[in-house]
Design a protein around this ligand. Structure first.
Ligand SMILES: C[S@@+](CC[C@H](N)C(=O)[O-])C[C@H]1O[C@@H](n2cnc3c(N)ncnc32)[C@H](O)[C@@H]1O
Length: 234
């Protein structure tokens, strides 16, 4: 495994260098909503889907099983995670259908995978809460989608249903893993009702949310940037 030159990639390699070996075993107990998102992808035969921040490829393998004719792509900042992902994809027998690349969400494009056309689907699963410039990542995902393509997100919510102490404990625990829940995204998506096609599910305790729509609304991108906790804001 070659260490990453990019400071964020190097940080992700440090975070996941050891964790990747027991990541799938442990995360099943607290990364809720991932299977709900996969069921909602609803990929037509021949459709292409990209996971941004694919980690161990757990979701891509589940999607490959559920949608036997879909073409699947995954990118991740961490070489270490991708090494584990490549082994898992190989063992699952999907090396011919799942393409994995080391790249950054902020510069996602179909060309990163050598693909000439845009994607039918793009999804973030618990990665937006780790991507430094997550607004740019959302804008890049919008750009990478075909006009009828869909964007899906599952991530932590604002924990407001867990009480003050529960919320503070969750945030402190996640900080240890460099995870910053983007509560402002959920707030904006809840207010956003123009796209009749969108779906939003919020778990009990507002622990997690699963959202899907044609794309992340451009106006909502501006709204998110205006929120007081958004990256780069005071
Ligand atoms: C919490 S893990 C989620 C992995 C997987 N999506 C899942 O649901 O199990 C977050 C992943 O996002 C990746 N990541 C973080 N920042 C990234 C960035 N800027 N570009 C691409 N991937 C990134 C990390 O390396 C890590 O593999």
């Amino acid at each position: 495994m070659a260490p990453s030159d990019n400071p964020h990639g190097a940080l992700m390699d440090r975070v996941y260098g050891r964790q990747r070996h027991f990541y799938d075993l442990t995360r099943r107990y607290y990364l809720f909503g991932r299977d709900r998102l996969i069921r909602g992808l609803d990929l037509a035969p021949g459709a292409s889907a990209v996971e941004i921040g694919c980690g161990t490829a757990r979701n891509l393998i589940a999607a490959a099983r559920r949608y036997p004719d879909a073409r699947l792509f995954g990118l991740d900042a961490s070489q270490a995670m991708l090494e584990t992902a490549k082994g898992a994809v190989y063992r699952a027998g999907f090396s011919h259908r799942i393409t994995l690349v080391q790249a950054y969400a902020e510069s996602l494009s179909p060309h990163v995978f050598g693909e000439p056309g845009k994607f039918d689907c793009a999804f973030f699963s618990y990665s937006l809460s780790m991507i430094p410039d997550w607004l740019r990542a959302l804008a890049a995902a919008n750009q990478a989608l075909s006009p009828s393509g869909r964007l899906h997100i599952v991530d932590f919510g604002d924990f407001s249903g867990l009480g003050r102490i529960g919320r503070a404990a969750m945030l402190a625990w996640l900080r240890r893993f460099h995870v910053k829940p983007r509560a402002e995204i959920l707030q904006v998506l809840e207010e956003w009702s123009v796209d009749a096609d969108h779906t939003l599910w919020v778990s009990p305790g507002r622990y997690a949310f699963v959202w899907s729509a044609r794309r992340f609304p451009n106006r909502a991108l501006t709204d998110v940037a205006d929120q007081p906790h958004a990256e780069g804001n005071p």
